[in-house]
Write a protein that binds this ligand. Structure first.
Ligand code: TRP
Length: 341
C-alpha cells in the first residue's frame, strides 16, 4: 500500500459557475486549504465543471469561471503538490462510473432528491401542466454524477454544506448496492462533514452571502470596488457615540471571519464604545484590503498566465487518473466488461 492510500481521503468539488466571494472563502476555501496541510490527510479538490453544465449553458461563462476558481484557490495558497487539484472533465473515468452507478441506482431515489423536488414544486406552483417542465436529465441525475466523483477516489470524508448531505447519503446507497450486487468491496462508504463552526457569512443586505441574492463581495475586486461594496453593507441608523450590538451586525461578522481573536475582541469594544458606522466601515475595508492585497496580486498574475494553471491542473488530473484508471478496470471486470483475453 502506498503512503497516500493509508491517509484519510478528503474530497470536495466546487461547481464552476460564478465568481468566488468572501462567503465562499470563509465557508469552504479557507477550511479546505487548512485541511490539505494536515499530513494525515490526502485531499482531492476538483473543479466540478461537468456539474456546471447543469446550470449554465453559456460556454464563455463556464470557461471563465473555471479559470477564476482555479486561480482563486491557487492564489489563496493551496499547495498543489500536496493536494490533488484537478478538473472533473479531465477524468474520463468519472462519466464512465456515472453510467455504471446509474444502472444500479433506483429511479425512486432520484425522485426524492431535493434539487429535483424543488424544481417540480416550482412548476406545480406556477400551474404548469407538466411537472417536469424544463428539467433535464442532468438535473435529475445529478446526484449520480456526484456519487461518481466521490466513489471514484474512495473518499472517506466529504466536506459540504448542509444542502448537500442528502447527496452523500445517496452516494453511500449507490456504493452499497454496487458492492452487494457485484459481491466485492469496490467502494468505501463516504461520510459528509458539515463544519458546525463555519458559520454562514452575511451579505451586503444582511441575508446569507450568495450569488442567488446578488449580495456578494467578490474576493478579488479592485481596491476601489471593495471599498464601495463595504460601504454598501447594511447597518442600522444608530449615530456615532451610541453603543452598537456586534452580534447582530453583518459588518462585524465579516470582520471577525478574517480578524484574529484579539482583533475581534478589540472591535467588539469599539462597538460598545459607539464607533460610528462610517469609521467602522473604513476600518473593515482597510483590514480586508490589507489581507487581500497579496492574494489579489497573485490572482491577477495567475490569470495572466493561464498556461501555468493549465499545467497544474493537468498534473493534478494525471495523479487523479493514476488512481481512477485501475479502479475503473476492476469495475469493468466486475460488471462483465473486461477484456476477452
Ligand atoms: N454539488 C456540490 C455543490 O453544489 C459540488 C460537488 C460536485 C461536490 N461534486 C461533488 C461536492 C463531490 C462534494 C463532492 O456544492
Amino acid at each position: 500500500m502506498s503512503a497516500a492510500s493509508e491517509k484519510i481521503r478528503v474530497l470536495t468539488g466546487i461547481t464552476t459557475t460564478g465568481t468566488p466571494h468572501l462567503g465562499n472563502y470563509v465557508g469552504a476555501i479557507k477550511p479546505a486549504i487548512e485541511a490539505s496541510q494536515d499530513p494525515g490527510v490526502q485531499s482531492y479538490y476538483f473543479l466540478a465543471d461537468l456539474h456546471a453544465l447543469i446550470k449554465c449553458q453559456d460556454p464563455r461563462r463556464v470557461q471563465e469561471s473555471r479559470l477564476e476558481i482555479a486561480a482563486t484557490w491557487m492564489a489563496l495558497g493551496l499547495d498543489t503538490d500536496n493536494a490533488i487539484f484537478y478538473r472533473q472533465s479531465d477524468i474520463p473515468e468519472i462519466p464512465e462510473l456515472t453510467w455504471m452507478l446509474t444502472c444500479v441506482c433506483a429511479k425512486g431515489l432520484m425522485n426524492r432528491a431535493h434539487a429535483y423536488k424543488a424544481a417540480v414544486a416550482e412548476n406545480e406552483a406556477a400551474g404548469n401542466q407538466d411537472p417536469d417542465k424544463g428539467i433535464t436529465m442532468g438535473l435529475f441525475g445529478y446526484p449520480v454524477l456526484m456519487a461518481a466523483d466521490i466513489l471514484m477516489f474512495n473518499a472517506n470524508r466529504v466536506p459540504v454544506g448542509r444542502d448537500q448531505i442528502q447527496h452523500i447519503e445517496m452516494a453511500r446507497d449507490m456504493a452499497g448496492r454496487f458492492n452487494h450486487l457485484y459481491k466485492g468491496q469496490y467502494f468505501t462508504l463516504p461520510e459528509a462533514v458539515v463544519d458546525q463552526k463555519v458559520e454562514v457569512l452575511g451579505g451586503l443586505d444582511g441575508r446569507k452571502m450568495s450569488k442567488s441574492y446578488n449580495n456578494t463581495i467578490p474576493l478579488f475586486v479592485s481596491e476601489k470596488k471593495l471599498q464601495k461594496l463595504v460601504r454598501k453593507i447594511k447597518t442600522n441608523s444608530l449615530e456615532p457615540g451610541e453603543p452598537k450590538d456586534p452580534d447582530t451586525c453583518t459588518l462585524f461578522q465579516i470582520y471577525s471571519a478574517f480578524a484574529t481573536a484579539e482583533e475581534t475582541a478589540a472591535m467588539r469594544e469599539e462597538y460598545a464604545g459607539g464607533i460610528g458606522w462610517g469609521e467602522a466601515k473604513n476600518r473593515v475595508f482597510e483590514y480586508l484590503n490589507d489581507h487581500l492585497r497579496e492574494p489579489r496580486e497573485r490572482y491577477q498574475a495567475l490569470l495572466e498566465d493561464p498556461g501555468h494553471i493549465e499545467q497544474v491542473l493537468l498534473k493534478g488530473a494525471e495523479r487523479a487518473r493514476a488512481e481512477a484508471a485501475p479502479l475503473m478496470d476492476r469495475l469493468r471486470q466486475a460488471a462483465g466488461l473486461g477484456r476477452f483475453v
